[in-house]
Design a protein around this ligand. Structure first.
Ligand code: NAD
Length: 369
């Protein structure tokens, strides 16, 4: 069988710094586990604009459509703030998501025991937390028509956005959530506002349809999204997989992420429909941005990007054991006290560099053999 293929788009700012540590782990897999990835690299964001006058060249887009998975670092930076909206670095990212039709955004909220005191919640509420939020990414109120700001014909203006979901859009993201649940603890909680929104009623009905007809073995519950927000801070460990729409998912995934501490720890995946080889179209990226304030200083925490690669192992390549190996290595180094600057607690200590964290994780991977 062909080697799994990866397109690395490291991007701007700390993107290349954190991606360098992922590349070392990919090389480790080749050298120590006989697992070779066909890796190609290209530009996205500001660096692509510098080279080509566009944040994503057509050739890069075409490559992204062909590989098994895209690994993205981060895009943007103050140098590009004045650019026209159409060529801003983020447009490169949005084009990838749109043209690859990545409709399911996976945002895990996982709390490593060694970092439980970083959360704004009590240790006992977050220690051992491991939930997955699946957010619909390509439809809903951010895309629905009509939209715009219009005269209201009474001397004022009216701002309009439209929440719109079709059967197909709901069913496909529901399937992603049920599939994930089967690989985890087999529970899905669907969140909407069926009490006040017709689109929420349809959401609930269609998720239920997929459950009854295709995934009766998975446990399904429903919750109003506002209650979901409360439950996430009251008792987040009650959840396994949460599936929700684009708008609620935007808010709930950020709230859940902060349960776990630093932005430098948060991975994500965006998945589309399966390709001919059965693997879903996929892009993996840390949640954080290009962090211009720390770029070039060796301060960036590479763990979010490395955990994003672990998600690729699990969700694109069906290598759950190897994903667990990477996650366990990270857990070990954190338990041993390795900290980048963003993970320094109030009691201080000496932080290690981006490369230092990479070294420690590689040593833990060696020890796992
Ligand atoms: P940011 O995520 O880049 O940084 C926010 C804060 O978190 C900064 O203080 C930064 O130093 C810190 N931080 C982020 N990642 C870190 C890491 N891995 N290790 C240690 N500290 C880390 O968000 P921002 O400052 O609002 O945006 C900076 C640029 O990134 C902007 O141009 C923005 O448009 C862009 N951005 C890109 C993405 C993306 O590529 N997906 C996401 C968000 C923001």
């Amino acid at each position: 069988m062909a080697n799994p293929s990866l397109l690395i788009l490291a991007g701007d700012g700390i993107g290349p710094e954190v991606m360098a540590e992922v590349k070392r782990i990919i090389a480790w897999y080749g050298a120590k586990r006989g697992l070779t990835f066909d890796v190609s690299e290209d530009l996205v964001g500001g660096c692509a604009y510098d080279a080509h006058g566009t944040p994503l060249h057509d050739d890069t887009m075409a490559k992204a459509q062909l590989v098994d998975a895209v690994l993205l670092g981060a895009v943007g930076g103050p140098k590009y703030d004045g650019l026209d909206f159409s060529v801003k670095p983020e447009r490169g990212l949005l084009r990838l998501r749109k043209e690859m039709d990545l409709f399911a955004n996976l945002r895990p909220a996982q709390c490593f025991d060694a970092l439980a005191d970083f959360s704004s919640l009590k240790r006992e509420i977050v220690a051992g937390l491991d939930i997955m939020i699946v957010r619909e990414l390509t439809s809903g109120v951010y895309f629905g028509e009509p939209r715009g700001i219009f005269d209201d014909n009474e001397g004022g203006r009216v701002g309009i956005n439209t929440q719109r979901y079709t059967t197909n859009e709901i069913r496909r993201v529901a399937r992603s959530a049920f599939e994930l649940a089967r690989k985890r603890n087999n529970r899905v909680c669907s969140m909407e506002k069926a009490n006040v929104m017709e689109s929420g009623i349809l959401w609930r009905e269609e998720v239920t349809w997929v459950h009854v007809n295709e995934y009766p073995d998975v446990q399904l519950s429903h919750m109003y999204a506002d209650n979901g927000a409360m439950q996430l801070v009251r008792n987040p460990k009650q959840f396994d997989v949460i599936v929700t729409d684009n708008l609620f998912g935007d808010l709930l995934s950020d709230a859940a992420a902060m349960l776990t501490g630093s932005l430098g720890m948060l991975p994500s995946a965006s998945l589309g429909v399966p390709m001919a080889n059965g693997r879903p179209k996929a892009m993996y990226e840390p949640v954080h941005g290009s962090a211009p304030d720390i770029t070039g200083k060796g301060l960036a925490n590479p763990i979010a990007c490395i955990l994003s690669f672990a998600m690729a192992l699990r969700y694109s390549f069906d290598m759950g054991d190897e994903a667990t190996r990477v996650e366990t290595a990270i857990e070990t180094v954190l338990a041993n006290g390795a900290r980048t600057a963003d993970l320094m607690g109030p009691d201080g200590g000496t932080p290690i560099s981006t490369t230092g964290m990479g070294d420690a994780i590689l040593a833990a991977l060696d020890a796992s053999l």
